[in-house]
Design a protein around this ligand. Structure first.
Ligand code: ATP
Length: 482
């Protein structure tokens, strides 16, 4: 039996070495907290996105998808509240000039305390932040004599709010009136299209609108690889419901989304709910689905009960009526046939889900061979249905007609799933390389293939090998991808 270990720093290096993730603009020494997905990573990311899209649209009767632009009218962000309150409380150390998000600073210090003291400090901090009591937060930092990790002093500025939105200019003349924002969330593109989609799609409440796309936040403390980036991708769904039913739908989506993560092979023991103490300005209930990343339990997805806040605000700012006429309520003879729908939001970060999948998949294995010597490998145990490459097709040697048979198999399979063809190096070396990029199935074509039309199929996770008919390869792989 192989020994397995899991190591975060090793995972980061592995992502670079095997074409999963590169630092953005690495040639120019990189751009902090911005990353590029390479040839393997972009395919894995697409597969995760497609899996989400299919389960949130195709497999639902009442959810449709849209693709709204990143640029939006600047008033959108006034209406949504982002211009005034999309900020994080920050503090600077006067000696090192290093800036911290106060919750991160306090949480990091709390980790050095015993469990009781840590929990009590975090609870006090959450209460102060919920009350927007920044003087109180500063006092808490002072009382605990929390120090800067660089200067090692407690010489702090006051706590200040720092807006996270990036802005830029549209058109040719620079000026305040031309200022637009890079969207900090995809949700607003859904809200401003509520009426368009409802009317053209003849949607009946309850119904949802789903969207995936880039979002941008000027995160001051961007850490932990792709966990917190300045440019990232969200997969969001806004579910429009009758006022008064929000508790029922909030509970429904929270359970549905947890099950969805488990369907991706994430063990239940590594997922948990975390209820918010401090609610965002738009929410009447909120929780995070947290995953146990290599650096602890952290938010993977947010579920928010957003009330009618966004639609009401857009109605006010645009001076347009944004309401739904509920025929069924009308038929039941109930009042309020016309109302502003309430909203339950599910919002998951695609990059964080990517990191979740990779941190579960990355495995270093060591074992003793039959002759008593050591052997080892690094393998990415990515679930087959989302693995970037599904099948490696490997002729044993570059001659005797074996590459021709391999290429024929390649042509038969490549329209159905991603295949990889490789004829260089010894077969063992090729298997290791496929393990390292997470290819779940390898097929080797050898001289026996010419005699009896069979090939060796090798399974990534347990390295088991068996002989199957060449004509059954495609069918077998397709069966395993469900
Ligand atoms: P956090 O508390 O970690 O800053 P948040 O509560 O601000 O996150 P939301 O606004 O609820 O996050 O965004 C929904 C999802 O988008 C998050 O659950 C996360 O998966 C993802 N996300 C948010 N900010 C980032 C970021 N800077 N980098 C990568 N993913 C992010």
């Amino acid at each position: 039996m192989a020994n397995e270990t899991n190591n975060f720093q090793e995972l980061i290096s592995h992502c670079k070495e095997y074409g999963y993730i590169f630092q953005s603009s690495e040639l120019y020494d990189g751009l902090a907290a911005v990353y590029d997905y390479g040839q393997m990573g972009s395919q894995l990311k697409k597969n995760i996105r497609d899996y989400w899209w299919k389960s949130m649209t195709q497999l639902q009767e009442n959810i449709v998808g849209i693709d709204a632009a990143i640029f939006m009218h600047p008033t959108v962000w006034k209406a949504s509240g982002h211009v005034d309150s999309f900020s994080d409380p920050m503090i600077d150390n006067k000696d090192s000039n290093k800036r911290y998000r106060v919750d991160h600073l306090i949480e990091e210090y709390a980790e050095t305390l015993d469990t009781q003291a840590r929990d009590s400090l975090i609870a006090t901090m959450e209460k102060l932040l919920a009350a927007d009591d920044m003087v109180g937060v500063k006092q808490l930092i002072d009382e605990n004599k929390i120090k800067c990790s660089v200067s090692k002093t407690s010489n702090w500025t006051e706590v200040r709010q720092f807006n996270l939105m990036f802005d830029t200019q549209i058109g040719s003349i620079a000026g305040e009136s031309d200022k637009i924002y890079l969207r900090p969330e995809t949700a607003q593109g859904i809200f401003v299209n509520f009426l368009n989609v409802q009317k053209t799609g003849r949607m009946k409440i309850p119904f949802g609108i789903a969207q995936t796309g880039k979002a941008f936040r000027n995160e001051i403390v961007a850490r932990q690889f792709i966990f917190r980036m300045r440019e990232f991708e969200q997969m969001e769904m806004q579910f429009f419901i009758r006022p008064g039913t929000q508790k029922q739908w909030y509970d429904y989506w929270k359970e549905e989304r947890l099950k969805w993560h488990e369907s991706l092979g994430i063990p239940a023991s590594k997922l948990r709910f975390h209820d918010h103490v401090k609610l965002a300005h738009y929410a009447d209930a909120a929780l995070d689905i947290e995953f146990e990343f290599p650096f602890g339990f952290k938010e993977l997805e947010g579920i928010h009960s957003r009330t009618d806040y966004d639609l009401t605000r857009h109605a006010t700012f645009s001076k347009k009526k944004i309401q739904y006429f509920d025929n069924e309520l009308n038929e039941e003879g109930k009042p309020f046939g016309n109302y502003t729908p309430y909203v339950i939001e599910t919002s998951v970060g695609l990059d964080r889900l990517f990191l979740t999948i990779m941190s579960l998949a990355y495995t270093e294995e060591k074992w003793l061979k039959e002759d008593g010597s050591d052997d080892s490998r690094v393998v990415l145990k990515i679930p087959a249905m989302i693995a970037p490459t599904k099948l490696a097709i490997l002729p044993l040697v570059k001659k005797d007609g074996l590459p021709e048979i391999a290429k024929e198999l390649m042509n038969e399979c490549k329209g159905s799933f991603m295949c990889f063809y490789e004829e260089k190096d010894a077969i063992g070396k090729r298997y290791r390389r496929m393990d390292a990029i997470g290819t779940p199935f390898c097929v080797t074509i050898d001289h026996q293939t010419k005699e009896d039309n069979t090939v060796t199929i090798r399974y990534r996770d347990d390295m088991r090998q068996e002989r199957i008919l060449l004509k059954d390869v495609k069918k077998l792989v397709l069966e395993k991808l469900i």
